[in-house]
Design a protein around this ligand. Structure first.
Ligand SMILES: NC(=O)c1ccc[n+]([C@@H]2O[C@H](COP(=O)([O-])OP(=O)(O)OC[C@H]3O[C@@H](n4cnc5c(N)ncnc54)[C@H](O)[C@@H]3O)[C@@H](O)[C@H]2O)c1
Length: 341
């Protein structure tokens, strides 16, 4: 049994662009102490020591893996070394929180799962949006049946920059969209994944990708990601048979619920039903009110950090643990498979 009176001691690997957000949130949690940050870049270490006086910055990994006082490791390094660092941390007996993507192959996720299960360690991915109240609100609408049958979902995560050279735009942005869609739909297994992307700025690294997913139950999804776009867009649209929802992460009103739809009209004289194919189908167009629900704002990263600590303390599985993450990685991995594979 862990000693709940003692703070959870954490170390963080990587503190570049995104790492400071994690560091601020983990440092601000009661019952949590970030003892060390490791970053090979001297400027980043200086940043840590200037802004987080209770944390000491190191330039090598071994002291953190070897320190028995450190119970958990937060990984915010570039995607390419997540798996190796995560594996080392689990082998050293530490719980891990890993920024998305946890790994680049399903087989790697399986290996991390085996290591974690053998020692009852928590593995959690930084699929931040699952801790976002607007995303959770849409999930409730779907689960309550308010939208009717889900027909299609499309998403746009676009901006000019910030271009990466280690991964393409799909692996950089789409883990968010895939994670949200999977969460909304109850983590189904897709029937088909098809990717269409192009590299313009760096050979082999696609700047824009359209990813099409077909799910069971006649549900389709399209994910459009790009760092080569004139506008910053963070939008997801869910079209249901009863209502339709626009989730705009950068708008003041994050959620708009449209009471809109099209129904087939029953035709008099044909048994008032659709048993026999009508000669000419007629439609009812519905265009009702637009509802803008007030969503209580809580910083998703704060909720995410707290959830990681709670899972360690209670020995429970995170919402964005191995099984959710495996499905996200599977879709990304399958999307990269060429025809001849
Ligand atoms: N959840 C989100 O919304 C979100 C947003 C942005 C980035 N991210 C994720 O965060 C991760 C980091 O992205 P970033 O934009 O901060 O990258 P970055 O390149 O700006 O920063 C990475 C940092 O890690 C350091 N580093 C590299 N290898 C290391 C190692 N082996 N040990 C210790 N430090 C090491 C680098 O010196 C650098 O300071 C990525 O996985 C990215 O996908 C998540």
């Amino acid at each position: 049994m862990p000693d709940l009176t003692k703070p959870l001691t954490i170390a963080q690997l990587g503190c570049g662009y995104w790492g400071p957000n994690l560091l601020r949130n983990f440092s601000g949690l009661p019952g949590c102490h970030v003892k060390n940050v490791v970053d090979f870049d001297a400027d980043r270490r200086k940043f840590v020591e200037t802004n987080f006086p209770l944390t000491s910055a190191l330039d090598s990994l071994d002291p953190v893996f070897d320190d028995p006082a450190i119970e958990a490791i937060v990984i915010a390094t570039p995607a390419g070394n997540h798996f190796e660092l995560a594996k080392r941390a689990l082998e050293a007996g530490k719980h891990i929180f890993v920024e998305k993507p946890l790994a680049t192959r399903v087989s790697e996720v399986d290996e991390l799962e085996r290591l974690a299960n053998a020692q009852e360690l928590v593995v959690m991915s930084g699929h931040t949006f699952i801790y976002n109240n607007a995303v959770r609100y849409v999930k409730q609408l779907i689960d309550n049946g308010d939208l009717g049958e889900i027909r299609y979902i499309y998403t746009q995560r676009l901006n000019l920059g910030r271009i990466r050279s280690d991964i393409d735009a799909l692996w950089n942005f789409a883990p968010h969209d895939i994670s949200i869609i999977q969460y909304w739909l109850g983590d189904p297994e897709p029937l088909q994944v098809f990717r269409n992307g192009m590299d313009f700025m760096q050979p082999g690294i696609e700047d824009v990708v359209f990813l099409n997913i077909t799910y069971p139950g006649k549900i389709i999804a399209n994910i459009h990601v790009s760092w080569l776009d004139p506008q910053k867009v963070r939008k997801m649209i869910v079209v249901g048979s009863r209502k339709m929802v626009v989730y705009d992460d950068i708008a003041e009103d994050k959620i708009a619920i449209y009471d809109k739809g099209i129904d087939r009209k029953a035709i008099l004289g044909e048994n008032m039903d659709f048993d026999s194919p009508p000669r000419q189908v007629q439609f009812n167009y519905r265009s009702g009110d637009i509802l803008l629900p007030q969503i209580r704002f809580t910083e998703p990263l704060r909720m995410e950090a707290q959830h990681f600590v709670d899972c360690i303390r209670r020995g429970s599985k995170p919402a964005t643990g191995i099984s959710h993450t495996r499905n996200v990685i599977r879709i990304l991995e399958e999307s990269g498979r060429k025809k001849e594979d």
